[in-house]
Ligand binder design. Structure first.
Ligand code: HPA
Length: 270
């Protein structure tokens, strides 16, 4: 694994000549940030050693290098999901490559179902903690101490200083944000009414099919993580409406400019 990460990072460095300290993973339809990044280079995942290629509509697969507020950034446009059949190690491989490229701060975004009755469709939720309900763990197996520790501390999975900065940035640019706990499940089914009720009862504010494995691996290899969910649908106790992937994408796209402004404002202040 270590050698594969190095090989992948060397390949990218050769193509981009950049040393980004900031990495961004774009979730479903959240490509708005790309409109404000000065793009220098795009590499198809297919061409990068060790990267797997996405199969889901709405998730293109490109690693994009550029600058935002004069800072080098590397953006994963498109991510792999466990429900597609990849292992959690495959899904999180690019996160480790980002670390090897020099990334210290990782921005993750996703579309999620809201369970907190105070949430509305289109809200941005800053993730302040998560519950991992994936059926396997990305760090399962022999640990390589060159990548990270065997038993990583998870007392602050989402960096508190970044959350504080995000709250300040949001209020400076007049964007309302929610905060809450994200529960990561394997999907691909959306939740049943009984599952939403249970997930809310155990402490979740939003639920989705990504982000948790990436956060775990990022913390393992020593990155600071900041993550947001766009609430694209609601699963409230006693009131669960039908949803489709198209509706999720449409709601995510509608809120994308707001999220792009927020991430931009945070990065300008880092
Ligand atoms: N569950 C419910 N609603 C969602 C999800 C999910 O995983 N992702 C986006 N909206």
């Amino acid at each position: 694994m270590f050698d594969a990460i190095q090989a992948s990072a060397s390949f990218i460095k050769e193509k981009t000549h950049a040393s980004p300290k900031i990495g961004i993973v774009l979730g479903s339809g959240l490509s708005g940030i790309l409109d404000i990044i000065t793009i220098h280079n795009e590499i198809d995942y297919r061409d990068i050693p060790g990267f797997s290629t996405s199969t889901v509509e709405g998730h293109s697969g490109k690693l994009i290098s550029g600058t935002l507020h004069g800072k080098d950034v590397v953006v994963m446009s498109g991510r792999q999901h466990y429900y597609e059949g990849y292992t959690l190690q495959e899904i999180t491989f690019p996160i480790r490559v980002m670390r090897s490229l020099g990334v210290e701060t990782l921005f993750l975004s996703n579309a999620a179902g809201g369970m907190n009755p105070n949430f509305k469709i289109g809200d941005i939720m800053i993730i302040n903690d998560h519950i991992n309900l994936f059926p396997e763990h990305p760090l399962r197996g022999k640990n390589d101490d060159r990548i990270g520790p065997r038993f990583p501390d998870m007392s602050e999975p989402y960096n508190h200083a970044l959350i504080k900065l995000a709250m300040q940035s949001a209020s400076a640019i007049n964007i309302q944000v929610q905060t809450g706990v994200y529960i990561g499940l394997q999907g691909p089914t959306f939740e049943t009414p009984a599952e939403y009720k249970w997930l809310r009862t155990i402490g979740g504010d939003a639920v989705g099919m990504s982000t948790v494995p990436e956060c775990i691996v990022a913390v393992h290899c020593g990155m600071k993580v900041f993550a947001t969910s766009i609430i694209t649908d609601l699963g409230l106790i006693g009131h669960v409406e039908k949803i489709s992937h198209d509706e999720v994408l449409a709601a995510a796209n509608a809120a994308a400019p707001k999220l792009a402004s927020l991430v931009s404002a945070i990065i300008s202040r880092i």
